[in-house]
Design a binder for this molecule. Structure first.
Ligand code: PMP
Length: 289
């Protein structure tokens, strides 16, 4: 039975979430100097299991390294398992975050303490399960040579701007397209298309190298390559994918309406079985809780 109070892992201990407060001089609060992950666990026939945990934590380690922060993958693994157990969560969204703490208002991160937390929540569905309607953003994705596509806290301001604009235009999600007309990704999900039965994963240097994307390339044999917006709108089907979004069939991209996405639906169903340990390919990707 779940505990009344949500608990989280903070700097080595499991504590009540409401007992924690961050200092207002926290460096990350002012400058976005943190890195996070979005991970999921699923209820499987053999208990709760975390999907592709090592890959998520390796991506987090890379972000931490870029910021000059220490990151212990073994400790983060243990913290993730402990938090799920402490909250009795099985089907959960897992949010580890490491950040630069309180100190001076200077930009230099050295000399500031570093913190780490892991929170878990009952699963939320990023694109709300409904078929997504996506508007093309007037904002450009952070270019990789200005801000590498890792899960750096500050980088998500770019996604917030695009999401705000999409919502104000009546869309649920935003699609980033670069100056040359190539598709990058959504605010928190990667993009695929299906044309004449062939599945293509949109590739772009400014896009986060998604773990769901990688999983779906393995499962579908999709080709990974650059795709223009014109080509995406000419495709038979489009879907977005991410840890939270899973496989989300797209109903519309900026005035182009798609049919009922049979290939996307089939892949969504396959992905749902894989993450729950129901396919032979599953087991190498699941960490038991
Ligand atoms: N792009 C962005 C910007 C994201 O935030 C996410 C979610 N982590 C993704 C793509 C999908 O990545 P993943 O499949 O690893 O969750």
């Amino acid at each position: 039975t779940p505990h009344d109070k949500p608990r989280l892992w903070f700097d080595g201990d499991i504590v009540d979430a409401d007992a924690l407060h961050a200092d207002l001089s926290t460096h990350a609060l002012h400058y976005g100097s943190g890195v996070f992950e979005g991970i999921r666990s699923y209820a499987t026939a053999h208990g709760a299991a975390i999907f592709r945990l090592p890959e998520h934590l390796e991506r987090m380690r890379q972000g931490a390294e870029l910021l000059g922060m220490d990151f212990d993958v073994a400790q983060a693994t243990e913290a993730t398992v402990q938090t799920l157990r402490a909250n009795c969560h099985r089907d959960a969204y897992i949010r580890p975050l490491t950040w630069v703490g309180a100190g001076s208002f200077g930009l230099d991160v050295s000399g500031h303490p570093q913190h780490m937390m892991v929170a878990t929540t009952q699963s939320l569905v990023h694109l709300n399960g409904a078929r997504a309607r996506i508007g093309v953003s007037s904002w450009r994705r952070n270019p990789a040579d200005s801000l590498p596509p890792l899960k750096l806290c500050g980088g998500y301001v770019n996604s917030i701007l695009a999401k705000r604009e999409a919502r104000s235009r009546g869309y649920g999600e935003a699609l980033f397209v670069d100056h040359d007309g190539y598709v990058v990704e959504c605010t928190g999900a990667n993009v695929f298309m299906v044309k004449d039965g062939r599945v293509t994963a949109v590739e772009h240097r400014d896009a986060l190298p998604g773990i769901t994307r990688d999983t779906l390339i393995t499962l579908s044999g999709a080709t990974s390559r650059a795709v223009t917006l014109a080509e995406l709108q000419d495709a038979d089907e489009v879907f977005a994918c991410g840890t939270a979004a899973e496989v989300a069939p797209v109903a519309e991209v900026e005035g182009r309406n798609y049919g009922d996405n049979p290939v996307s639906r089939e892949l969504a169903a396959l992905y749902a079985r894989v993450v729950r340990g129901e396919e032979s390919t599953s087991h190498a990707w699941l960490t038991p809780v």
